[in-house]
Design a protein around this ligand. Structure first.
Ligand SMILES: [Zn+2]
Length: 429
């Protein structure tokens, strides 16, 4: 059994019982946290000096489209419609399945290097994202991005068939490290027959549903004009919320929508950078939090962000929500870190798996360099992590006790080869 000791660690456990433990030994074995305290005993396969780190649970990026990492910087500073129709969709349509794999691996490399130990990924040909996740060692909930028009038939729809196939082949792969969910891309890009099919499929398979929800005013207008109701209520009537749902964006909600999300135990996945960059609007988190709806955090696809660094999202969430609510006390540093870890796992159906550094839990953890000038002085480790840190300060990323990234080096990804592969693709644009 591979047994690792992190020596002299400052550990932000996010465990309400003992949030911060100083100068301790942290022992990892069998993929789990084995011991946290003074003077660990026994033999170790590896001892790491943790005296320059704050160690915390790995971040969870609860909504992204990793293959789109290939489109980072393709076109910025542009109207959303023009951006999609003239740049993003044509570029996406020119990508091959092999390109999706390369993009997915690049996105996962960025996630690992900036401190995410688990991601939720939604894209077409999701078998390629699964292939990348299987290889690189990250935890991932992956779903096929499913769009449908009035001609929809579950027997012939390519996305639905890929979704069914990947669930059969990979749901629960590697003892649950890989989970396969399904999706409704959005209400405006799909039809009621698909919503009902997906609701039943998720129920039969016991899997979750990922959806872009209430993201733009044009989506709200479309749903009201076409079906006479809000996107949340339409999906609820179709049975979507009888399953575990991770709902990305949720900018335009009314009281009744929020009550449905609360009653059905849905998780809102907040993507502020993408919303701001595309001028979609601001999600008002305070009424959601007050109503008891859990909020997870995400970067969204990198081409509308343009970073997969979740630390950036944590700070942005805090600043925008304080301003919107006119309440500087809204969302403490601890609450933001819980959103970026435990609530993300909740949205993935992984509650209790990790999200705290506590014996018995999966050793999904990261270490941030506290010697960096931006991390000094360290009066408040939580405050520095939320307001001062960036993913570039991450020196260790571990998933189930396996070191995936250590001081700039990947253990599962050949970054030189990956850079070369990315360049070959981009040269074709
Ligand atoms: Zn998205």
């Amino acid at each position: 059994m591979n047994r690792i000791l992190l020596k002299n660690a400052l550990v932000l456990t996010l465990d309400p019982q003992c949030p911060l433990v100083r100068d301790c030994d942290l022992v990892i074995s069998g993929g789990k946290v084995e011991f946290l305290g003074k003077q660990a005993e026994g033999r170790f396969d590896r001892v790491l000096d943790a005296s320059h780190w704050v160690v915390l649970p790995g971040l969870v990026n609860a909504h992204t489209h990793t293959p789109m990492t290939l489109l980072r910087g393709l076109k910025d500073d542009c109207d959303l419609d023009v951006w999609l129709r003239d740049y993003i969709w044509p570029a996406e349509n020119a990508l091959t399945r092999e390109d999706y794999y390369v993009g997915a691996l690049l996105g996962m490399a960025e996630a690992i290097a900036t401190g995410s130990t688990s991601i939720t990924d939604m894209y077409r040909a999701s078998g390629e994202s699964i292939r990348a996740a299987v290889e690189c060692g990250i935890k991932a909930n992956i779903c096929e991005s499913i769009l449908a028009d009035e001609s929809f038939s579950p027997l012939t729809h390519a996305g639905v068939l890929e979704s069914h196939q990947t669930v059969r082949d990979f749901n629960g792969y590697d003892d649950g490290r890989i989970r396969i969910d399904t999706s409704v891309q959005s209400c405006w890009q799909t039809v009621p027959a698909l919503w009902e099919h997906i609701a039943g499929f998720a129920r039969d398979e016991g899997i979750g549903i990922h959806v872009h929800l209430a993201e733009t005013t044009s989506e709200i207008d479309h749903c009201r004009k076409t079906y006479g109701d809000s996107p949340v209520r339409l999906l609820d009537k179709a049975g979507i919320f009888q399953n575990r749902v991770a709902a990305a964006h949720c900018i335009y909600l009314d009281d009744e929508d929020r009550q449905i999300l609360k009653d059905r135990k849905a998780v809102i996945v907040h993507d502020p950078a993408s919303n701001l960059k595309c001028c979609c609007g601001f999600a008002q988190l305070k009424p959601c939090v007050e109503q008891g709806i859990p909020i997870a955090l995400a970067t969204d696809g990198v081409c509308s962000n343009n970073t997969g660094d979740l630390f950036d999202t944590i700070k942005l969430t805090s600043l925008v929500q304080k301003m919107l609510s006119n309440d500087p006390a809204f969302l403490t540093a601890n609450e933001l870190l819980v959103m970026a870890t435990r609530n993300g796992l909740l949205s993935q159906g992984r509650a209790g798996e990790a999200g705290m550094i506590r014996p018995g839990m999966d050793a999904d953890l990261i270490a941030v360099n506290i010697d960096h000038p931006s991390m000094q002085p360290l009066i408040s480790p939580e405050g520095n992590l939320v307001y001062s840190a960036s993913g570039a300060m991450v020196e260790l990323t571990m998933v189930r006790g396996r070191i995936l990234y250590y001081k700039g080096e990947f253990t599962t990804i050949d970054m030189d080869r990956l850079r070369w592969q990315v360049k070959q693709i981009v040269d074709r644009y």
